[in-house]
Design a protein around this ligand. Structure first.
Ligand code: GLU
Length: 307
């Protein structure tokens, strides 16, 4: 079956599910979206593009940004980064504090909030301040998306700043263990802005291509990561990319991927393509409900997964 036919089939099949799930509202600005929205985009390693639904509509990428920041931090710190953040699934919700206390302020992985806050802190140390770290991150995202228009939704960032009590608790706890080097407020402001980057499915599917091609952007041939680093990012996406539902996502979909509470998910098929999906209503674990189903249907219809 052609990819465009498969996307049309999925679009039809997910319609009855669009009324299910719940949009994230713990960040009030995230609730201002159309709950029924659905879009899916596929970019092949040769640059061919397929999309269905409103794939040019921007949304808050939220935790999908953790893949970009982790990639940048890996480039800077290489293996030294793993002294501050581990690579084990947490089995706990994305914003949980409990494990962090028991494990002396070292987050389980870079894709839970605590891990991403540490990664953000490491980028600030490298760049000298939060503003510059954010600028570097945006430059990087624009480079790998081949799109200079990508920016931050400031209203989402300030909404999160006003309500980010749990993230603030995580950052302060890690600071007390000596695992945050910079000023906590600066780290949180930078982290919230990173989460508030606004992108669409087309841009996201383009941006993740380096992870589907051993760390080299298959279109520009620019090396983003080494092949070994890429293997590790993908392994972390598979084992930790969907919080405490990562096992279930691997079981249902069979691809490395990363979700965000804004309703986006990006997954890659090594050597072949990157797939982005958007549908803002979430399941109980904070992952897009319809997005997960759409990806499951995609791997079922194409017969492509990493297993
Ligand atoms: N900005 C969100 C938070 O820190 C990210 C969570 C997510 O997308 O899973 O709560």
């Amino acid at each position: 079956m052609e990819i465009s036919t498969i996307l049309d089939k999925i679009h039809l099949q997910i319609q009855p599910l669009l009324s299910q799930g719940k949009v994230a509202d713990y960040i009030p600005a995230l609730a201002n979206v159309n709950h029924q929205e659905f879009a899916m985009a596929v970019t092949l390693n040769n640059g061919e593009f397929y999309g269905v639904g409103n794939y040019q509509q921007h949304f808050s990428i939220q935790s999908i940004s953790k893949v970009f920041s982790f990639t940048l931090a890996l480039r800077h710190y290489k293996k030294k980064l793993y002294r501050r953040v581990w690579r084990e699934p947490s089995g706990d919700p994305f914003n949980s504090l409990i494990q962090l206390e028991h494990e002396n302020g070292i987050p389980r992985n870079p894709f839970i909030n605590a891990g991403a806050i540490v990664v953000c802190d490491s980028l600030i140390s490298k760049a000298a301040d939060g503003e510059l770290a954010l600028k570097d991150l945006l430059t990087f995202i624009r480079l790998i998306s081949a799109d200079d228009t990508i920016g931050i939704d400031e209203s989402v960032a300030s909404s999160e700043l006003q309500h980010g009590f749990r993230n603030s608790a995580l950052a302060n706890l890690m600071k007390s263990f000596g695992n945050i080097d910079n000023d906590v407020e600066q780290v949180l402001t930078t982290y919230f802005k990173q989460c508030s980057v606004s992108m669409n499915c087309q841009q996201l599917s383009r941006a993740f291509l380096y992870l589907a091609n051993h760390g080299i952007d298959p279109i520009t041939q620019k090396q983003i990561l080494t092949s070994a680093q890429t293997k590790r990012v993908n392994a972390l996406m598979l084992t930790c990319g969907h919080y405490d539902a990562s096992g279930d996502f691997a079981f249902q979909v069979g691809l490395p991927g990363k979700s965000g509470v804004g309703g986006g998910i990006v997954a890659i098929i090594p050597g072949k393509m990157s797939i982005a999906v958007y549908s803002p209503a979430l399941n109980e674990f904070g992952n897009s409900l319809v997005g997960t189903k759409a990806l499951e249907l995609f791997t079922t219809y194409t017969g492509l997964s990493i297993f």
